[in-house]
Design a protein around this ligand. Structure first.
Ligand code: GLY
Length: 267
């Protein structure tokens, strides 16, 4: 069964403030610790952008025991029918998922869980109008993808397993959904052929780090500092909102990582 849904229209989002411990967050390359005050300012700007579309945004308190907990997207996957608690592949992040579950059971009647032994993080999952794309990565393995497939089949979703480019943290580090048929992607990811059947807009050369944007209702929210890609999206007719991301970027985080975006069922 294939179900038609609007994959970028949402009534709700959940975010979590960065805490003092964010300075110890995971990173592939150490370019210095994030500045907490600047991170908080960027976070507030991000929440304001989400709210400006009319959505309800729930901002959770920082979790000091989990330095990367600001990147809530990795902890769960939210559909209209229910939510799935992920099983992060980073050992220091495993506990974040169960904690997010406590919030999601307030919003959803059906909250499913990836029990393992596999691992999967939300940053490796791109939900489009017609399928759920999941990139294998250092954080997401075949067993995790298979368990997700089994869980969401009951809601009519089809999962397609793909590969995240070598050395790239998450699948969505390199791509974003822009609308029903359009993906923003780096050339290196698109070259794998994974977006056949979609219209693809490439990030400008040298601006690959802005591939992680989000379409949230009428806005495309993207990190500040990538003017040629922003111009491309503007020229293609998108309503682009820029948000500072320098501090999250030090921890390999981007626009999608900072929120769970969803429309819960009426209860
Ligand atoms: N720093 C984000 C992550 O590695 O999960």
């Amino acid at each position: 069964m294939q179900v038609s849904r609007k994959s970028y229209r949402f009534t709700h989002a959940i975010t979590r403030k960065p805490g003092h411990s964010v300075v110890g967050g995971l990173r592939a390359v150490d370019t210095g610790a994030p500045d907490l005050q600047l991170f908080l300012q960027h976070h507030a700007d991000y929440v304001a952008a989400l709210e400006s579309t009319g959505a309800t945004v729930q901002t959770l308190e920082a979790l000091e025991d989990y330095p990367d907990a600001v990147f809530v997207e990795d902890s769960a996957l939210c559909f209209q029918e229910g939510a799935v608690i992920m099983r992060p592949g980073a050992p220091t992040r495993l506990g974040e998922a169960g904690i997010m579950g406590e919030t999601l059971v307030e919003l959803y009647e059906e909250v499913l869980r990836i029990e393992g032994p596999g691992h999967i993080e939300g940053g490796d999952v791109l939900v489009t109008e017609k399928e759920v794309l999941v990139g294998l990565s250092a954080r997401t393995d075949v067993a995790g993808v298979e368990e997700l497939q089994q869980l969401v089949a009951r809601w009519g979703y089809r999962v397609r397993e793909l590969k995240t480019p070598e050395g790239v943290l998450h699948f969505k580090t390199d791509c974003s959904l822009l609308d029903e048929e359009t993906i923003l992607s780096t050339r290196r990811l698109d070259a794998s052929g994974c977006f056949e059947g979609y219209r693809v807009i490439h990030t400008a050369e040298g601006e690959e780090a802005c591939a992680n944007a989000i379409r949230f209702n009428d806005l495309v929210i993207m990190p500040d500092g990538f003017p040629r890609t922003a111009d491309k999206l503007h020229d293609a007719g998108y309503n682009v909102r820029l948000v500072g991301n320098s501090e999250a970027a030090k921890l390999d985080g981007g626009m999608s990582c900072l929120s769970l975006r969803f429309t819960p069922p009426a209860r």
